[in-house]
Design a protein around this ligand. Structure first.
Ligand code: PLP
Length: 401
């Protein structure tokens, strides 16, 4: 008899479980719109040219595999803050940012959550309803209580801005507020610049602290600077913020696990102390981070030629997604004779589209049409090609009515 008889089977992950179901399907028509990973028009994974170039440079230099310091690679840390806040920004010059390399977006969020648990035990984090499925797991496992603020309005398939503000206002003063910096996952709906200002007003009024999750910088608008504007606006107002960054999507470094946790503080003195504690949290969890992805980022962001080339490749990726978004909308509008307005598909940004399909309808998409997606009605347009848009539109309309 096993010592582990009492261990129950864990449920499949709602996002990664979709890929497993997709793999098991043998139909030729099958389509995986579950996980947010970029594919080419012929639906193959894509390694960016700038990444290959950076890797060649690293080989030529003969980089070694020594341990990194706990906080990560110095050149990466410099590059990642610059990318987030802009080169020559005041807060970096003043030494007010505590940055520690993390295990991509997830690991960086987890480190921030561990910091909150240690220094603000019992303080809740407000997260959007809905949000990326892993947010709740991350805060649960870190022992940080969370509650939700309204975000999505099913009537308009848009932002419930009044509900969002009311819930942030109603939360106990000094809460943490998790905001998606751009390209909100799963809805693809972002606040306007004016709405960001109003969100900042309420957060300041309530002495809350913002925790930005920036997993899609460059993927919302195609511009790295524009996509960081929410974070920069809060920082310019003198607010202290947490920012988790990920290079999974924008540099296609999914499996390299490269990202960072940044804490913008009110003084360099505070930032130094915060950084020392982030390192102290990291040491017993994973000791120090992996080097390969950090070197790639440092080489791409730190080299003006590669940096420009990266920007063009990102425009190409985000452009392809905009193209399938247009095509999907055109097909939905042409095929749906009910007069339903599908234009929300065009208004959403980033890798995803929130279709408004419910759980049963999403299940029909997989069981009948071999189209795999998360049960919340989200589809990843990054995994869609122009040639599959018509089939997808047929499936959505069939499942919807
Ligand atoms: N945050 C959001 C909103 C995401 O959608 C993702 C990835 O899907 C992540 C964070 C983190 O991803 P990773 O850990 O691969 O960087």
């Amino acid at each position: 008899v096993s010592r582990f008889e009492g261990v129950k089977m864990a449920p499949p992950d709602p996002i990664l479980g979709v890929s497993e179901a997709f793999k098991a399907d043998t139909d030729d028509l099958k389509l995986n719109l579950g996980v947010g990973a970029y594919r080419t028009e012929d639906l193959r994974p894509y390694v960016l040219n700038v990444v290959k170039k950076a890797e060649n440079m690293m080989l030529e230099k003969g980089e070694n595999k020594e341990y990194l310091p706990i906080e990560g690679l110095a050149a990466f840390i410099k590059a990642t803050v610059e990318l987030l806040l802009g080169a020559d920004n005041d807060v970096t010059k003043q030494g007010r940012v505590a940055t520690v390399q993390g295990l991509s977006g997830t690991g960086s969020l987890r480190l921030g959550a561990a910091f909150i648990q240690r220094y603000f035990p019992g303080t809740q984090v407000l997260i959007s309803s809905p949000t990326w499925g892993n947010h709740k797991n991350i805060f649960n496992d870190a022992g940080v209580p969370w509650s939700e603020y309204r975000y999505y309005d099913s009537k308009t398939v848009g932002l419930d801005f009044e509900g969002m503000l009311a819930d942030i206002k109603a939360a106990p003063s000094g809460s943490f507020v998790l905001l998606h910096g751009c390209a909100h996952n799963p809805t693809g709906i972002d606040p306007t610049p004016d709405q960001w200002e109003k969100i900042a007003d309420v957060i300041q009024e309530k002495n809350h602290t913002t925790f930005f999750d920036v997993a899609y910088q460059g993927f919302a608008s195609g511009s790295l600077d524009e996509d960081a504007s929410s974070v920069r606006l809060f920082v310019a107002r003198g607010m202290e913020v947490f920012v988790a960054q990920s290079y999974s999507k924008n540099l296609g470094l999914y499996a390299e696990r490269i990202g960072a946790i940044n804490v913008v503080c009110s003084s360099s003195e505070v930032a130094n102390r915060v950084k020392s504690q982030l390192k102290r949290l990291a040491r017993p969890m994973y000791s120090n981070p992996p080097v390969h992805g950090a070197q790639i980022v440092a080489n791409v962001v730190g080299n003006p030629v590669l940096f420009d080339e990266w920007k063009s490749e990102m425009e190409l990726m985000s452009g392809r997604i905009k193209g399938v978004r247009q095509r999907l909308y055109a097909n939905l509008s042409a095929k749906d004779k009910s007069g339903k307005d599908w234009s929300f598909v065009l208004r959403q940004i980033g890798m995803f589209s929130f279709t408004g399909l419910n759980k049963a309808q999403s299940e029909n998409m997989s069981s009948k049409w071999h189209i795999y997606m998360t049960k919340d009605g989200r589809i990843s347009l990054a995994g869609l090609s122009l040639s599959k848009c018509e089939y997808l539109a047929d499936a959505i309309i069939d499942s919807y009515y």
